[in-house]
Design a protein around this ligand. Structure first.
Ligand code: RFL
Length: 383
């Protein structure tokens, strides 16, 4: 069996890429290790930024793929219990959508299959000969697919990046030194986004569709979920927000995640190209993980189309450098924004100097239209 492109992983980047290539008539297959049910129910991100939404519009897929309410051009803060609304230029945010990741994923699967795409669930992939002219992909049922290029869209723990010899790829990483208790609950919020800057630590509530919320609580890296019984979660959220929660609901899921940034370089090796979490990780405070994955898929799809339509590999050859420029720009934003909202509240983690600097950075967003505009641009993906 031969395909032009084998896409490993049916997450956001793999499914978006599959749809982009299919709509251009390029023959591809998406192979996913997990079951369809598992992939369709995996709840993570919630915001499609303006840039990513415009990618779907440009490719004629906006109406079929994107759901959810428009992103409101404001963030609600509680700073030591005081209500502070941060407003952004509405134009930059008009096209963004509050769309839970699993809704986007389900829609991408539906559209791909309706349009005749080849999508194989329960197919764990390993890759061979990525250096050669004809890379091969082996599926868990024993079948082998030969291809021109492999798109590694298999996330942080996938098989494709692991197939690159260690001396041909470098991992650049940064640990922020704190974690988040990440909670998913059946609890609608009053706001799309509410965040607490507080001496007890950062807290956030972000809508995930009309009925569910993601809650985040800054916590020490060595905390475990055993340290966080449900009652402690609710009382700590209320202490940091300085007000009662609209609804508490049922906690569906909780986990402790360390906040970190990671970039791999280069993103291409032979005929393998990495996209999404396989290529880079951003801390969740930036809300860019899903969006960078979509931006990667857009740029990579253009490079592939250019190669097949014009016989010109230059965009594919430049894929890594093009994306790394953009990825570092968003890592810079993610690192600054993550440290700012944590240090502005918590003076203990990095000391009084960092605390005061972060407060100054945070206050400037309310007093300087230039600073405000820059944050708004990053949030919209337009910088
Ligand atoms: P995905 O979505 O993880 O998909 C990778 C897929 O590859 C499959 N796979 C394999 N398939 C075949 N063979 C193999 N050998 C395979 N190995 C793995 C996996 O089963 C999976 O289906 O990666 P992708 O496409 O790169 O997309 C990245 C995004 O999913 C990720 O960046 C975001 O979810 C990150 N993220 C957030 N991003 C945002 O933009 N905004 C947010 O608010 C946000 N919140 C979050 C998040 C991630 C979270 N995690 C990871 C726990 C909140 C959480 C809690």
């Amino acid at each position: 069996e031969h395909k032009s492109i084998v896409i490993v992983g049916a997450g956001v980047s793999g499914l978006a890429l599959g749809n982009f290539l299919l709509s251009e008539g390029i023959d591809c297959v998406v192979a996913e290790r997990r079951s369809r049910e598992y992939v369709e129910q995996r709840q993570r991100a919630g915001v499609i930024d303006t840039r990513a939404a415009r990618v779907f519009r440009k490719r004629g897929l906006e109406d079929r793929v994107i759901g959810g309410a428009p992103v409101e051009p404001r963030l609600g803060f509680r700073v030591d219990g005081e209500i502070r609304q941060l407003e952004f230029a509405a134009d930059d945010h008009r096209d963004g959508r509050f769309c839970p990741q699993q809704v986007l994923v389900r829609n991408l699967i539906t559209v791909f299959e309706q349009d005749g795409g080849d999508l194989r669930f329960d197919s764990e992939v390993s890759v061979e000969d990525i250096d050669g002219e004809r890379p091969r992909v082996r599926l868990s049922d024993g079948s082998i697919i030969e291809c021109d290029f492999v798109a590694g869209c298999d996330g942080d723990r996938g098989a494709t990046r692991a197939a690159i010899p260690g001396d041909r790829i470098t991992r650049h990483s940064h640990e922020y030194g704190y974690g988040w208790l990440v909670v998913l609950a059946d609890a609608p919020g009053n706001h799309q986004a509410m965040m607490a800057i507080h001496s007890r630590g950062f807290a956030g509530q972000f809508a995930r569709g009309p009925r569910a919320s993601r809650f985040y609580l800054q916590c020490p890296l060595d905390d475990t979920t055993a340290d966080w019984p449900d009652e402690r979660i609710w009382s700590e959220l209320e202490a940091r927000f300085g007000e009662p929660l609209a609804t508490k609901g049922t906690i569906i899921e909780k986990q402790v995640v360390p906040l970190r940034s990671e970039v791999y370089s280069p993103l291409s090796h032979g005929r393998l190209h990495l996209l999404g979490d396989a290529a880079h990780i951003v801390p969740p405070m930036s809300a860019k993980g899903m969006n960078l994955a979509l931006h990667d898929a857009d740029v990579f799809a253009d490079a592939v189309v250019h190669y097949y339509k014009n016989g010109d590999p230059s965009l594919l050859d430049g894929y890594s450098a093009t994306r790394l420029r953009d990825v570092w720009n968003y890592q810079a934003f993610a690192a600054w924004w993550t440290d700012t909202v944590h240090d502005a509240g918590d003076p203990t983690h990095r000391g009084e100097f960092r605390h005061q600097v972060a407060r100054a950075d945070f206050e400037r967003l309310f007093t300087s239209s230039t600073a405000n505009r820059l944050l708004g641009e990053f949030m919209a993906g337009l910088n």
